[in-house]
Ligand binder design. Structure first.
Ligand SMILES: Cc1cc2nc3c(=O)[nH]c(=O)nc-3n(C[C@H](O)[C@H](O)[C@H](O)COP(=O)(O)OP(=O)(O)OC[C@H]3O[C@@H](n4cnc5c(N)ncnc54)[C@H](O)[C@@H]3O)c2cc1C
Ligand SMILES: NC(=O)c1ccc[n+]([C@@H]2O[C@H](COP(=O)([O-])OP(=O)(O)OC[C@H]3O[C@@H](n4cnc5c(N)ncnc54)[C@H](OP(=O)(O)O)[C@@H]3O)[C@@H](O)[C@H]2O)c1
Ligand SMILES: Cc1cc2nc3c(=O)[nH]c(=O)nc-3n(C[C@H](O)[C@H](O)[C@H](O)COP(=O)(O)O)c2cc1C
Length: 786
């Protein structure tokens, strides 16, 4: 046999390798990737590992002509991005994909062809900052001279885009993300189609703002891109396959575990918003419990993890849905009998992402991954109409989906979640025709809830304290069945369990406290830490003034704890003023005894100023007490003292801001306008820091009856009912005054007392006449003796 030369060996070797590779493909290599296989499941790393970060390449390889980017912290912008992508596809035949801003680079934006469209759905966070996943994009696009692949004077001259922002008008930098990105894109020559929309959480109109923005946007886009509108036909994004080969006991089946490491029982860090730490609860107790109002203190032990925190940070709690709502949901859609059936969930097109790991069960998806208790989206109602159990119900759903006022009239006062809503509309008939994919697409992912850490990292670096008030609101017509918040009642159940209750059932609700496969046994709670800029001055000798009514005091317990420790260690600590407000000194005065201890350590450096709102004939609030301390506050600020506000957003923070400007104007002998300017500068310089959550829809603490856009008249009206209710003239003459002020033709307030005599609910109804003469009716409910 002739001898092999080097070339033969190379050729034979290559053939051999090729043959082995061919027969092992899919077994040892090129296996379909499980995106939940590692700890950073679904996160940035998933985007970085293997997949292209070049959006133009991505569009080409996946045949897309429309990319909807989102910048989102708590899921709303992500949800809106998915909705735009679906609508673009079903109504206009666009080839759409949703994209996380964090997963792409943007230097090739200048090569996006002009027959493509980019959409940006951007929430604003922090103090006018981008969401975590949008930081790189924001810095790039608003940078001095973004470096694009093909430098030219107007590098984005070919780029067509649309933009919608999510914000909250109670923040100083309202919707600054969308505003700044829009400005930057225009400066770079890009062409915006339609107006840049802005949704306002502060007014409680986010969903309606989005719906009102998108229709004219689609019309303009259709004309610009020559799109033919067609009847929208629902096409599922996810394929659901029942797996008879698997049972819930099969080791590969996810029963609520967030990713593979958790499934395999070896969760490991980094722990973050994609990968929670299952933390032992060290201690839990109730700070107060009056009638049906509860407030929890919980210490979470992070010593077994690599988690760290700094005083002022936030902890995120990953809740599970309450058992009765899980049952109700599965029953409504006819899946209760199949709750433990194992299913695979596969994206039917390559750019879609399944928002949880699979194979899994219907029960696990509903319990651990979908926001089934949240308010119903009107757009989702339109989607579901096609699957109604009868033609009558379909017609009603279509009307509800199309008629904003009718929808709010029918749903507003009831606090419906999706299954309660579907049950009410269908009068109890089951919704068995809805493809399960529609729920995965139409409901938001169950979101972690954030809490201001109420401990100091100097005092207890490995134990994080949470101070949370349990959400509960009486609903007219739902006697004995108030609305209950998801995460806070879960925390209450955990507290009950830890304190010896074998069957914790806060207000009759059950939770899977043991977690998937009993992995949370021994009382654990899934958490991660989010760093924040809400920080004490680095120089402890600087004075601080803190305003924290209710649970808004949480981060200030941490601040005072820290300064007490510093003082005990001999550090020179500056004057520390805490303005705290609650209803009654005997009812909801949190950490009453602890403040005495801090006082012992801090001496005269510490002063706590209280405002009890329901003890005397008149409401006393923190801002009233702040006024009384005007002289000292003004002096401390002149000494470069720091000013902090935390808690309920719309009114308290705004009113404190106004009082502060007055104090400065009087203290420094300048005009009020100058006082306001000084306050603004303090905020810009971080000398004045605010931590306020967005108002929740129907939040009784922030009850705003928002009367927007009276039809045809572009008249924007906002009646702040809460202020009225909390003022002392809470009666019909006050109502009449408000009606006049806000040009309402009729306002009425009914106070309902449930049979158990606990608390009351006020139902406010108003009718507003728009400039065109059309009338719109609004309803709001305010619960529990407020
Ligand atoms: C940065 C930050 C820090 C925070 N710190 C604290 C803290 O220290 N302490 C604290 O107690 N809270 C804090 N919060 C608030 C906290 O994150 C939660 O929002 C709060 O505990 C309620 O959560 P929940 O799951 O119990 O209620 P959810 O179930 O989320 O309900 C919240 C509200 O949404 C509305 N809502 C929900 N579902 C419906 C429906 N179907 N129909 C109508 N309305 C509905 C209601 O107004 C309800 O009160 C903070 C928030 C942020 C953003
Ligand atoms: N970092 C954060 O973002 C953060 C941290 C902690 C808590 N929170 C949130 O803050 C909210 C606080 O709720 P809570 O139940 O603890 O408080 P709460 O009991 O409803 O209110 C505390 C006190 O503030 C008073 N108050 C009402 N309106 C006011 C106004 N306009 N100005 C000043 N004081 C006012 C209340 O008086 P009356 O009720 O008698 O009118 C009460 O005395 C919750 O929604 C919580 O989730 C947010
Ligand atoms: C801690 C926090 C800070 C916020 N800061 C701002 C802000 O500075 N400006 C603004 O317009 N909206 C602000 N918002 C409102 C959010 O943009 C709004 O709630 C939005 O719906 C969140 O969208 P997401 O769920 O996609 O993260 C803030 C919200 C939170 C919770």
């Amino acid at each position: 046999m002739a001898e092999l030369d080097t070339l033969d060996i190379v050729v034979l070797g290559t053939i051999l390798v090729g043959t082995v590779a061919y027969f092992t493909k899919g077994r040892f290599w090129a296996k379909p990737k499980d995106p939940y296989a590692n700890a950073l499941a679904n996160g940035a790393a998933a985007g970085k590992a293997g997949r292209t970060r070049n959006i133009v390449e991505k569009m080409e390889e996946s045949g897309k002509n429309c990319v909807v980017f989102y910048g989102s912290q708590t899921g709303t912008a992500e949800d809106y991005a998915s909705r735009l992508a679906k609508e673009g596809k079903s109504r206009f035949g666009l080839d759409t994909m949703v994209a996380d801003l964090e997963e792409y680079d943007f230097d090739t934006l200048d090569t996006v062809p002009s027959d493509k469209i980019l959409m940006f759905v951007l929430a604003t966070y922090g103090e006018g900052e981008p969401t975590d996943n949008a930081v790189e994009f924001y810095e790039f696009i608003t940078g001095e001279e973004p470096a694009f692949s093909e430098g030219s004077e107007k590098p984005l001259g070919n780029l067509n885009y649309v933009a919608f922002g999510l914000g909250n008008n109670t923040y100083e930098h309202y919707n600054s993300m969308v505003r700044n990105v829009d400005k930057a894109l225009q400066k770079l020559g890009a062409n915006r189609i339609g107006s840049a929309g802005e949704g306002d959480d502060g007014a409680g109109t986010m969903e309606e703002d989005f719906l009102a923005w998108k229709d004219p946007m689609w019309a303009e886009l259709a004309s610009k891109m020559n799109l033919q509108e067609r009847e929208a036909v629902y096409e599922p994004v996810f394929g659901i396959v029942e797996r008879e080969d698997l049972t819930p006991e099969s080791p590969s089946v996810y029963l609520g575990e967030p990713n593979r490491t958790h499934l395999e029982g070896t969760p490991r860090g980094p722990f973050n918003s994609h990968n929670p730490y299952i933390a032992p609860i060290a201690e839990s107790r109730e700070l107060f419990s009056v009638k049906d109002r509860n407030c929890i203190h919980m210490d979470v032990d992070i010593s077994g993890s690599n988690l760290t925190y700094q005083t002022g940070d936030h902890i995120a709690v990953w809740p599970t849905n309450p058992g009765d709502e899980v049952d109700r949901f599965l029953d409504t859609i006819g899946l209760i009998g199949k709750r433990n059936t194992v299913i695979s969930v596969k994206a039917l097109e390559p750019t879609a992402k399944v928002p949880f790991p699979a194979p899994t069960t219907y029960d696990a998806i509903v319990r651990y991954h979908l926001e089934i208790c949240a308010p119903v989206s009107r757009q989702f109602v339109s989607t579901l109409a096609a699957f109604a159990p009868s033609e009558d119900i379909k017609a009603e759903m279509t009307k509800l989906g199309n008629d904003k006022d009718y929808f709010h009239e029918q749903t507003g006062p009831h606090f419906y979640n999706i299954s309660r809503f579907l049950t009410a509309v269908a009068k109890g008939q089951k919704w068995t025709n809805v493809p399960f994919s529609a729920f995965i697409e139409g409901l938001t992912k169950l979101q972690p809830r954030y809490y201001s850490i109420s401990s100091s990292s100097l005092v207890q670096p490995k134990k994080i304290s949470i101070t949370a008030v349990v959400e509960s609101q009486l609903i007219p017509g739902r006697d004995g069945d108030p609305f209950r918040g998801v995460a806070t009642n879960y925390l209450l159940a955990l507290k009950q369990k830890q304190n010896g209750d074998p069957n914790p059932e806060p207000f009759g609700q059950t939770y899977e406290i043991m977690g998937p496969r009993n992995k949370y046994d021994g009382i654990h709670v899934p958490v991660h830490v989010r760093h924040s800029n809400f920080k004490l001055p680095s120089d402890p000798s600087k004075p601080v003034i803190m305003i924290g009514p209710g649970t808004g005091v949480a981060p200030f317990r941490a601040f005072v704890q820290e300064r007490a420790k510093q003082a005990a260690d001999g550090v020179d600590v500056g004057r520390t003023l805490l303005f705290f407000g609650c209803r009654k000194s005997t009812e909801d005065f949190m950490y009453k005894e602890e403040w005495e201890e801090y006082k012992k350590a801090l001496g005269d450096k510490f002063e706590m100023i209280t405002a009890f709102s329901r003890e005397g004939p008149k409401k006393v609030y923190v801002q009233h007490r702040l006024k009384e301390y005007a002289k000292e506050v003004s002096d401390l600020l002149s000494q470069k003292g720091y000013f902090y506000v935390c808690g309920d957003a719309a009114n308290m923070a705004r009113e404190v801001n106004t009082v502060l400007a007055q104090i400065i104007s009087e203290g420094r002998g300048v005009t009020e306008a100058k006082g306001e300017e000084i306050v603004k500068n303090m905020r810009a310089a971080n000398q004045y820091q605010v931590s306020i959550p967005p108002p929740q829809p129907h939040d009784p603490g922030l009850l705003q009856l928002v009367l927007t856009r009276a039809i045809g008249g572009c008249l924007v009206l906002e009646a702040n009912v809460r202020r009225l209710l909390r003022s002392n003239d809470y009666d019909h003459s006050g109502m009449r005054g408000m009606a006049k002020r806000y040009r309402m033709s009729w306002v009425c307030c009914d106070t309902l007392s449930p049979a158990d005599g606990q608390g009351t609910t006020s139902v406010i109804s108003a009718r507003v006449t728009g400039a065109s003469g059309c009338e719109t009716k609004y309803y709001c409910a305010l619960g529990s003796g407020g």
